[in-house]
Design a protein around this ligand. Structure first.
Ligand code: FAD
Length: 386
């Protein structure tokens, strides 16, 4: 029995659309593809930022590029330049528009908006059957990019929760040349909390209040802290809110929900895309889409996100365990890291291209005793496994 489709992609967000774009460009043996997306329409709902490590396919969609970043604690400010690897901004709205345009002209990939997938795919002869709000579909292979569950305490070592607003201030108050990557000035006792400012113009910026915490936090939990940060940055002059965004990114997922069987794969933010140390996923999703698209067009099974190298996993986990057990040291650690390491090494490490020397330099910038003591402490996970 033939299935309706060669591939069914569940969820048309960053991961689903990124893979769909690869297959629309060069389908190879994967010629009948559908993407099912619950949202009836897309909005400019997130600002993807990343360090430019080399030429990339979304260069024309980048709207801002900065060569300077700052990291601040109450007692110290570090300003670092990164002209070779600028920090870039790609608005999700532009990405969705681009993807819709390409897919509308594709003979291979069909994007269905406003259709919800119901439940889990079920194995049938030669593939999978998926129930949707528009009827059932069968496909030889299924890639599920829906988040497997709502963020919960215990599912990730830390959650990076944030609430941001794009603001226009009455006066020019932002330095348009410098991203405030982490500003710990407005401390929250017992938490790693900072303000992230993407200056879009001297009077316009995306101001985001961020918390690294074992509990995922919604915008209402961050509202008071956010108001304080906006007042500090913009003063009492009236500000206009252009749009808002919020997220909860996993930093060290505890469980991998895994595949349901052959020809089924999970991908995306909660399924291996997010780098534990940062929660960032955009560039990792692009690398995954390249590799997975390549497998599929050769008639192979889809490829999942590749695990990080062992050393990276160890370093990320130790760093997160330290932040979790001693959040009050967070500001000091990030300021030491950015103040004591060549920016090129940090960017390579955060961009998954770190060399052994880069890792050694990062370790050398941090207080050895604190990390050694953490190594000797049993972690929450160790206690649970004992
Ligand atoms: C506000 C925000 C800002 C971020 N900024 C950055 C950043 O600067 N840099 C970075 O690297 N990463 C960033 N991230 C993290 C990451 O890059 C994004 O979360 C990215 O969108 C993850 O892609 P995804 O495909 O896994 O999830 P999504 O893009 O969320 O896609 C999942 C899709 O599945 C759909 N869906 C869910 N349930 C169903 C269903 N039942 N049926 C059909 N469809 C369904 C959803 O509607 C959604 O479109 C940010 C995240 C957020 C939320």
């Amino acid at each position: 029995m033939q299935t309706d489709l060669d591939l069914l992609i569940l969820g048309g967000g960053c991961a689903g659309l990124s893979l769909a774009l690869r297959l629309a460009e060069a389908p190879g043996r994967c010629r009948r593809v559908a993407v099912i997306e619950a949202r009836p329409d897309y909005a400019n709902d997130r600002s993807w930022c990343f360090w430019r490590l080399g030429p990339h396919r979304f260069e024309p969609l980048v709207t801002q590029s900065w060569s300077r970043i700052a990291v601040r604690s109450a007692s110290r400010t570090v300003v670092a330049d990164c002209p070779q690897t600028p920090y870039q901004l790609l608005e999700a709205g532009a990405f969705y528009t681009h993807a819709r345009h390409v897919l509308a002209n594709s003979d291979t990939v069909r994007l269905s908006l406003g259709v919800s997938v119901i439940g889990s795919p079920v194995a049938v002869a030669h593939g999978w059957r998926v129930e949707t709000s528009a009827g059932a579909l069968t496909a030889a292979q299924v890639i599920d990019t829906r988040p497997p569950s709502v963020p919960r305490h215990g599912d990730s070592t830390l959650w990076q929760s944030f609430f941001g607003q794009e603001l226009v201030c009455e006066r020019p108050v932002f330095d348009a040349a410098c991203v405030e990557l982490m500003d710990f000035t407005d401390a929250v006792p017992g938490a790693v909390a900072f303000t992230y400012v993407l200056p879009l113009a001297p009077d316009r910026a995306l101001v985001e209040t961020t918390l690294f915490d074992p509990h995922p936090r919604g915008p209402s939990d961050l509202a008071q802290h956010h108001r304080r940060a906006v007042r500090r940055l913009c003063g009492d002059a009236p500000t206009r809110v252009v749009r808002s965004e919020a997220g909860m990114l996993p930093m060290g997922m505890a469980h991998d929900p895994g595949a349901l069987g052959r020809g089924h794969l999970r991908a995306g933010l909660m399924s291996g895309a997010a780098r534990p140390a940062t929660g960032y996923a955009f560039q990792r999703i692009q690398r995954w889409a390249d590799a997975c698209g390549e497998s599929l067009r050769h008639g192979d099974t889809p490829r999942g996100h590749q695990p990080d190298p062992l050393l990276t996993r160890i370093m990320d986990r130790l760093f997160l365990d330290v932040l979790r057990s001693q959040p009050e040291r967070g500001a000091e650690l990030f300021v030491r890291l950015f103040g004591g390491t060549d920016m090129r090494r940090i960017v390579r490490f955060l961009g998954d291209r770190g060399t052994l020397l880069d890792r050694a330099a990062i370790v050398a910038s941090l207080p050895a005793g604190l990390f050694l003591r953490q190594l000797l402490r049993p972690t929450r996970r160790d206690l649970a496994e004992a």
